[in-house]
Ligand binder design. Structure first.
Ligand code: S3P
Length: 173
């Protein structure tokens, strides 16, 4: 990935952070989790940022974290699941990155997301219906990635290996 980042897009619970960290390690590149950057900057979890400042402010912080990470040395970047659908983000990243869509069935994404931090956009109501609605609104953005890897497997190493192989051939092509 000479000179280019790899940005992973996909639903909450698609494995962007887990698979991204494994890919970064295999490639010997830094791994940047954009939610973690925002959490550090604000000193509070995403859920509280949404609650206290609103989604619009979170999206602004996300745009700033995106710009900073794209300026840094080439790495593997995992934004949150809503990032790809925000105007301008995909276009900005594409200039300096390969984009990969980590695709999972909404039910699997939901089960995995339930084990992590609270996702404000999934809170309350019927989880699967909410996850399916997120996918319906975002799939056309995720599909603009350069390549798609299915991550329905239990083991994140499978998707990570596929991505590493893709990156290696994309960078020499
Ligand atoms: C969001 C997904 C979250 C986080 C925020 C908003 C979304 O990240 O950025 O809660 O809009 O889907 P993950 O995809 O890592 O859960």
């Amino acid at each position: 990935m000479t000179g280019r980042h790899l940005v992973l897009v996909g639903l909450p619970g698609s494995g962007k952070s887990t698979v991204g960290a494994a890919v970064a390690e295999a490639l010997g590149r830094p791994f940047v989790d954009l939610d973690a950057v925002i959490i550090r900057r604000m000193g509070m979890p995403v859920d509280r940022i949404f609650g206290e400042f609103g989604e619009a402010r979170f999206r602004e912080l996300e745009r700033e974290a995106t710009a900073a990470s794209l300026e840094a040395e080439p790495g593997v970047i995992a934004p949150g699941g809503g990032w790809a659908a925000q105007p301008g983000n995909l276009e900005q990243a594409r200039r300096r990155s390969h984009l990969c869509y980590l695709r999972v069935a909404p039910g699997i994404a939901l089960a995995r997301a339930a084990q992590g931090p609270v996702r404000p956009l999934l809170r309350g109501g019927e989880g699967l219906a909410r996850m399916m609605a997120l996918l319906a609104g975002r799939e056309s953005f995720y599909a603009q990635a350069d390549f798609t890897v299915d991550n329905d497997h239990e083991d994140p190493a499978t998707a990570a290996a596929e991505i590493v192989a893709w990156i290696r051939q994309a960078d020499v092509a």
